[in-house]
Design a binder for this molecule. Structure first.
Ligand code: ASP
Length: 612
């Protein structure tokens, strides 16, 4: 028997017991004729005490860090207790020990605050995984997984596996492809999600499906993306949007409770996509803080429903005499609470911040709404105090606030304003780490226009249904646009989807939709996306066929499991919550993948490599 107890198990009540422990040597501390060793395993650390007799043996067989050690001995009360350790009241007086395996000196210290840099830790990920912070992240991941499964099981969901070797599923990314040896010249695609399979399961009558499943997307990677990632993927029959929202806010609240002990009793807030873009410049707003955007000028085709609000703004959408605003497509403002007293140095720094290439703005206009009610701005020449106060009012500025105004092209300016808002929210401590705020974003546009390709693309995916009252608009209009720049005037621009995203603290953690379940509407959708009949048949003939055999109304959602874990764990990076993640170039530096393959493998696949 290798051990009787784990290294996290023994307490004062066990004093006097004979035990055998096994684990890794964390530290060796020699004090004259005695030696203390901290022995570590997954469960904790226990102090071992080697007395004089054993010390001699230790001289002959010295222990090093990360050696695998078995120790037999008796549990003793410690004279020098350590209240920070669960086992800190006891130590093991060792009578016998055995080195089960030696270890080379690890390339970095296996401690909470390690001296290992990112690259080194990834190369030796199996050592990094021994560290407590990483272990805690994986434990949290497992807790989230278990909570999700329990909730779904309790609500009648059934875990059904779907294949990995499939045909392309469009989620808007590039596919990873796998050559088929048995069907030379043909390729599988790895699923970007199990989307079509879960819909087919609904056609088969398996109401309430779920899966915690790997998805693969060949995208350029940002810090919070991985080429393979995990979704909690769900689908239900005979549901409307409201049913899905209720079911899955229930799931997230359950996870909060189980994993973080948080009672999220408040109603989950909801916003439309348009409101989110209008108010926060972003479709995944962090609503832990306000700093809402004042829209001073927007192009007339965007936010049609807001034109009234805008024309009531004293600044109007027209000219003001200030060229920067006059020539800009969009002028947006935010009020930074309590920052009217910013110094020149501080405001200059903010200007530099918005000029950085990632933000790419030309400059920033300031308006100080002083605590005494007076206003002072960098554009005093062009606006009288009354007008300046109106600008401040557009973003709900109060005396004491610093108003920041950005002007430029619509999309860029909105994004920059949103980024600036997030940055200031962070700097001012308004994005509190231990506060969790959920938000449903609803009524997304069904289509987006890809100007370069001159065609419509599905904003969520092509299986998402339009709002029922807009099906006519979809069917009765020709999707073709003569002049690409005019796309905002096309009726398709205004069709809203039965789609929803769940946002947590400014991150999209889940998204889904009520699906199209009629063959003719699905065909119309494919056609709108520029697929002719042949292509539809080739790519999705199976689904169109299935829709002819009694497809029920259905809908679903998928949660980004890695991201959900990272937010609950208070980290920016999903990598920290994946046992064996890839780096930013999509490489696994530990196993060194991707890598070249043998000529024999190419021959079997009948593939000749001819790199461009
Ligand atoms: N398959 C979708 C996605 O991966 C989610 C869904 O519509 O259920 O985003």
């Amino acid at each position: 028997m290798y051990r009787t107890h784990t290294c996290g198990q023994l307490r004062l009540a066990d004093a006097g017991t004979n035990v055998t422990l096994a684990g890794w040597v964390q530290t060796v501390r020699k004090f004259g004729s005695i030696t203390f060793v901290d022995l570590r395993d997954r469960y904790g650390i226990t102090q071992l005490l080697f007395n004089e007799t054993l010390n001699q043996q230790l001289d002959e067989q010295p222990l090093g860090r990360e050696f695998v050690l078995q120790a037999i001995g008796t549990v003793h009360e410690r004279s020098n207790k350590n209240a920070n350790m669960p086992t800190g009241d006891i130590e093991i007086l060792v009578s016998e020990f055995k080195i089960l395996n030696k270890s080379a000196v690890p390339p970095f210290t296996i401690q909470d605050d390690t001296d290992g840099g990112d690259d080194l830790r990834m190369k030796y990920r199996y050592l990094d995984l021994r560290r407590n912070p990483v272990k805690r992240n994986l434990e949290l991941r497992y807790a989230v997984n278990r909570a999700a499964r329990n909730y779904l099981h309790d609500n009648g969901f059934m875990d059904i596996e779907t294949p990995f070797l499939i045909k392309s599923t469009p989620e808007g990314a590039r596919d990873f492809v796998v050559p088929s040896r048995m069907n030379a010249g043909q390729f599988y695609a790895l699923p970007q999600s199990p989307q079509t399979f879960k819909q087919l399961l609904m056609v088969s009558g398996y109401d309430r499906y779920y899966q915690v499943v790997k998805c693969f997307r060949d995208e350029d990677l940002r810090a919070d993306r991985q080429p393979e990632f995990t979704q909690i993927d769900c689908e239900m029959c005979f549901v409307e949007q409201e049913d899905i929202l209720k079911m899955f806010e229930g799931m997230i609240k359950y996870i909060f409770k189980q994993v973080k002990g948080i009672d999220y009793t408040e109603t989950v807030e909801r916003t439309t996509w348009e409101d989110a873009m209008w108010t926060y410049g972003n479709d995944k707003p962090d609503i832990r803080f306000g700093m809402k955007i004042g829209n001073l000028k927007v192009p007339s085709t965007i936010f049609l429903s807001r034109q009234q609000e805008l024309s009531n703004s004293p600044l109007g959408v027209g000219g003001t005499g200030f060229a920067v605003f006059d020539n800009a497509e969009t002028v947006l403002a935010i009020a930074v609470p309590g920052c009217a007293e910013y110094t020149r140095k501080q405001t200059d720094e903010l200007t530099e911040w918005v000029k950085r290439p990632q933000i790419g703005m030309q400059g920033l206009v300031f308006l100080k709404y002083n605590a005494d009610g007076t206003v002072k701005s960098s554009v005093d020449k062009f606006f009288n105090p009354e007008q300046l106060k109106h600008i401040a009012a557009s973003c709900k500025g109060q005396p004491g606030d610093l108003i920041l105004i950005l002007a430029g092209r619509e999309e860029k300016t909105r994004k920059a304003t949103s980024d600036l808002r997030m940055e200031l929210g962070k700097r001012l401590g308004l994005r509190k780490e231990n506060e969790f705020k959920l938000l449903w974003v609803l009524d997304f546009p069904l289509f987006e226009y890809a100007e370069e390709e001159n065609r419509w693309v599905a904003r969520h995916h092509p299986f998402t249904s339009p709002k029922p009252e807009q099906i006519g608009t979809m069917i009765n209009n020709n999707p073709v646009i003569e002049n690409a720049a005019d796309y905002l005037n096309h009726p398709y621009s205004n069709i809203k989807a039965n789609a929803y995203d769940m946002v947590l603290n400014g991150n999209e953690i889940g998204g889904g939709s009520i699906r199209i379940f009629q063959r003719d509407l699905q065909e119309k959708m494919f056609a709108a996306l520029g697929m002719d009949e042949e292509e539809q048949q080739h790519k999705f003939g199976f689904l169109l066929g299935a829709f002819e055999y009694g497809a029920p109304p259905h809908g679903g959602i998928a949660f980004g499991f890695d991201r959900l874990c990272s937010i609950l764990g208070g980290s920016e990076s999903i990598r920290d919550f994946i046992a064996f993640p890839k780096n930013n170039s999509g490489r696994d530096v530990m196993i060194d993948a991707p890598s070249v393959i043998d000529q024999k493998q190419f021959d079997e696949l009948q593939i000749k490599l001819d790199l461009k």
